[in-house]
Ligand binder design. Structure first.
Ligand SMILES: Cc1cc2nc3c(=O)[nH]c(=O)nc-3n(C[C@H](O)[C@H](O)[C@H](O)COP(=O)(O)OP(=O)(O)OC[C@H]3O[C@@H](n4cnc5c(N)ncnc54)[C@H](O)[C@@H]3O)c2cc1C
Length: 512
């Protein structure tokens, strides 16, 4: 295998792209570049896993995600790329996800009739009045998560279904989280239409005509061995085709001169340092770290802006329970304020092949935290004990049922959308674009954009094409919205009667 240092010997003038990070964005960029016959070196700091936040960790034959990763996209091109790489290994998976609140399970995405029935008549009247009030007196120009959600659902439903969970996820009040995040991630609810739909007979669907809306409640795709399988396969293809994916290589410095990045300094686990040169550099590193690594240093204003970007961290405790069946959901949101766990994944319900022993269940107990806080710094043993206690408190098993557990910590899992992130991000983006045109920012933390794999991949595809073909796509215009995440629009049925997605939106809208 080619070593990263070898790349140094390549002329800085010949086209050779250095990709920082082997997550979905970095590997997609490399995959696209090799299709255009552009040589590439991918540098990944993790010694073992590719896939970044979308990796699949394996322990004692059990595989688990860093949060369950659904494969779905509005872009047919991304869907096709997944199929091209994984073939039959990419399976269709039925979806069930619910909210656990006051010892009851509520459908998620919220369904009005189910939610109101579960809440009981008194609470239902309060929710309906609060919803009506919000319709008549919405907060004008909502800036915060609280205002946005209250406008959509009414303040009462906000306080039941969003307030506690939001605080678990973000570690701050819904008044401090930007409405941008909510608008991007939460599918609205038309309570009036939902109730009408529940009370009145449904109009007959016109076959072959009109548009049927199918929410991603119903199904999504998922690799047989988890999302990491996709990225392990891309790594293997790249290596088979002579490209370098170097593991355990942490980018420590990004050197530039005369308005161009010239090389990056990498350090391996043994402390060996090498220099990797190239013609173009693609970064999927968190924006804050990228700016910090620039040598010479970026101007103070740019460094201050980058340092002001915030992140939320995450850890998952994967526990193996000696029970064949525990619950039918892929995942459950835990809104109960008496436990710290925010969400529980049941990997068996994603793919049975994720488990070494089919008579057991492997759960991912997900805790949102800040790097360095009490949860983050707890010992692994204490965290497994916490997970065990909380499973018992939630009535899901007995203490003796938990066989063992393992902890995976994920720093910078979520780029935070506070009320100032946009202006800080713009300072960095403008600086890089104006001063370092061969440094390309892509991906989730790479663009400080709360997104899914498909968005990260699309930004990477566009940048790879810009580099390889001289195109002028603007990756910052690749968009995400609520519909993108929770709802797919289907136009027609294929011959088997299965609903097929509408053609992907053209890329034209992302041209500069
Ligand atoms: C809990 C959770 C659930 C999610 N669920 C879904 C889902 O259902 N579906 C979906 O599509 N997406 C989901 N996502 C989002 C998905 O994980 C990300 O969009 C995707 O992984 C982003 O890819 P990326 O390549 O941009 O970044 P990352 O995945 O963060 O990859 C960046 C890579 O860069 C490497 N790196 C960082 N610093 C350095 C350095 N100095 N030197 C070298 N390498 C470095 C990292 O180790 C990492 O491998 C979820 C995310 C979370 C947190």
């Amino acid at each position: 295998m080619q070593q990263p240092g070898d790349a140094q010997s390549q002329s800085q003038h010949a086209q050779h792209v250095v990709v920082m990070g082997a997550g979905p964005a970095g590997l997609t960029a490399a995959y696209e570049l090799q299709k255009h016959a552009v040589p590439v070196t991918v540098l990944e700091k993790d010694p073992q896993f590719v896939g970044g936040i979308s990796r699949t960790v394996e322990h004692r034959g059990y595989r688990f995600d860093i949060g369950g990763h659904r494969f779905f996209s509005k872009s047919q091109e991304i869907e096709d790329l997944w199929s091209e790489v994984l073939g039959n290994e990419l399976r269709t998976c039925g979806r069930l996800s619910r909210i656990y609140y006051r010892n009851r399970y509520f459908d998620y995405p919220l369904k009005a009739t189910n939610a109101l029935f579960n809440l009981g008549p008194f609470e239902t009247i309060r929710c309906m009045s609060s919803y009506a009030w919000a319709r008549i007196h919405p907060v004008k120009n909502p800036q915060t998560l609280e205002d946005w959600v209250s406008n959509q659902f009414g303040h009462r439903l906000f306080s039941i279904f969003f307030e506690v969970y939001n605080e678990k996820v973000w570690g701050m009040s819904a008044k401090e989280v930007s409405a941008d995040w909510a608008a991007q991630r939460i599918k609205g609810l038309n309570l009036g239409a939902a109730i009408k739909g529940a009370l009145l007979p449904k109009p007959k669907a016109k076959k072959g005509k009109g548009t049927v809306i199918t929410t991603l409640i119903d199904e999504f795709r998922y690799p047989r061995l988890g999302p990491g399988q996709m990225w392990e396969r891309v790594r293997d293809i790249l290596r088979e085709r002579g490209q370098t994916v170097a593991m355990g290589q942490s980018v420590e410095a990004i050197r530039h001169a005369n308005g161009r990045v010239t090389s990056v300094t990498v350090r391996d686990a043994q402390g060996n340092v090498s220099e990797v040169g190239g013609s173009d550099f693609i970064s999927t590193l968190p924006v804050r770290e990228l700016v910090d690594k620039l040598e010479p240093a970026a101007p103070d204003a740019v460094r201050q802006a980058a340092n002001s970007l915030r992140y939320r961290d995450f850890l998952t405790v994967a526990v193996v329970v000696n029970k064949d069946q525990m619950f039918p959901d892929n995942w459950i949101y835990i809104h109960d304020p008496t436990v710290k766990v925010g969400r529980i994944q049941n990997f068996k319900n994603w793919s049975k092949d994720m488990l070494a022993d089919p008579k057991t269940t492997c759960l991912g107990m997900e805790y949102f935290c800040f790097e360095g806080d009490g949860l983050w710094t707890s010992s692994d043993q204490d965290l497994v004990e916490l997970a065990r206690r909380e499973l018992v408190a939630l009535g899901m098993c007995q203490p003796g049922d938990v066989a063992w557990g393992v902890v995976v910590r994920q720093p910078k899992a979520y780029p935070v959308y506070d009320d100032v992130y946009k202006q800080h991000l713009k300072v960095v983006k403008d600086y890089v674009e104006a001063n370092l045109p061969n440094l390309w920012l892509v991906g989730r933390n790479g663009m400080h954009h709360y997104n899914n794999q498909d968005h990260s991949m699309m930004t990477a595809l566009l940048v790879a094409r810009n580099i390889a073909t001289g195109a002028h796509f603007d990756p910052w215009k690749v968009n995400t919205d609520a519909e993108y995440h929770e709802e797919a629009r289907f136009d027609e049925e294929d011959r088997s009667g299965r609903l097929v997605p509408k053609a992907a939106p053209a890329l034209a809208h992302v041209e500069k």
